[in-house]
Write a protein that binds this ligand. Structure first.
Ligand SMILES: C[S@@+](CC[C@H](N)C(=O)[O-])C[C@H]1O[C@@H](n2cnc3c(N)ncnc32)[C@H](O)[C@@H]1O
Length: 242
């Protein structure tokens, strides 16, 4: 459906704009490490949306936790190499929407995901810059194959993101969510041109931190506009089991 293409694209964009992305990466990693510090037990951590691991402090987590599970639809070579060379890092392929089989058949039905919910050893779950991404490729697919209209796309986007939040809410582990809230475009002077919800207008989950991610500085998309994301970070639940 285009996931590999997207991951390679994100990785290439990171290499072009490493400096502009650094604040976002530092903030994400710091927030996750802080959530990890507050975990009473450190057996298994599940990192959702692993991709190229830019925003994930994987090595530090591998030193603290017995097991680190990197979840995505596929894993880039750098991620595979890290897992190959680090005994307690494992790669798992999983559709975190639990709906791609329906989507690829042209349906806008969706399911509530359940992966890892029955694993009592999971002490920390991190949803890392994935929530707003989950519906995007499926929507493009459904527009092309099933000719869904703007209203159907919007409702499908809401359903998929809502299902992700409900899914995260079911873990008894500590759950850390980092996600885009808004996408903003600015002109050459930095003045705001537009701002849209990245969550299809769903309300922002309660969060403890927020920052701007300069994802596409001037020149990346065109010379007159830059795009940035307003990112929120939340400890949705704190596991206090001893
Ligand atoms: C913006 S990237 C996350 C950034 C990543 N944490 C990093 O630092 O490189 C979003 C990731 O979500 C993954 N993804 C999108 N839809 C998914 C799904 N249905 N199930 C699992 N992973 C999915 C994509 O493959 C992509 O790697």
């Amino acid at each position: 459906m285009g996931y590999l293409h997207q991951a390679i694209g994100i990785n290439a964009r990171y290499h072009r704009h490493q400096k502009a992305w650094q604040t976002h990466i530092d903030n994400s990693q710091k927030f996750i490490l802080n959530a990890a510090d507050n975990c009473e037990r450190k057996r298994k951590v599940v990192l959702m949306g692993a991709a190229a691991l830019h925003d994930l402090p994987v090595r530090a987590l591998a030193e603290q936790f017995d097991e680190v599970i990197l979840v995505d639809l596929f894993h880039l070579w750098s991620t595979r190499w890290l897992a190959f060379t680090t005994p307690n890092i494992k790669l798992e392929v999983c559709d975190l929407t639990a709906s791609l089989a329906d989507t690829s058949a042209g349906s806008t039905d969706n399911s509530i995901p359940g992966a890892y919910l029955d694993d009592d050893d999971v002490d920390l779950v991190v949803s890392a810059n994935i929530a707003s991404q989950l519906p995007l490729i499926p929507i493009e697919w459904l527009k092309q194959t099933s000719k869904i209209d703007a209203d159907q796309s919007y409702r499908f986007g809401q359903k998929i993101i809502n299902a992700h939040f409900e899914y995260l809410g079911q873990f008894s582990a500590t759950v850390c969510l980092i996600c885009d809230l808004e996408r903003m475009t600015t002109d050459q002077t930095g003045s705001e041109l537009s701002r849209i919800s990245a969550l299809f207008d769903l309300p922002a989950p309660e969060h403890q931190a927020s920052w701007t991610w300069d994802i596409a500085p001037l020149g990346e998309i065109n010379k007159k506009q830059a795009t940035s994301h307003i990112v929120i970070a939340s400890v949705m639940s704190q596991n206090s089991d001893i």
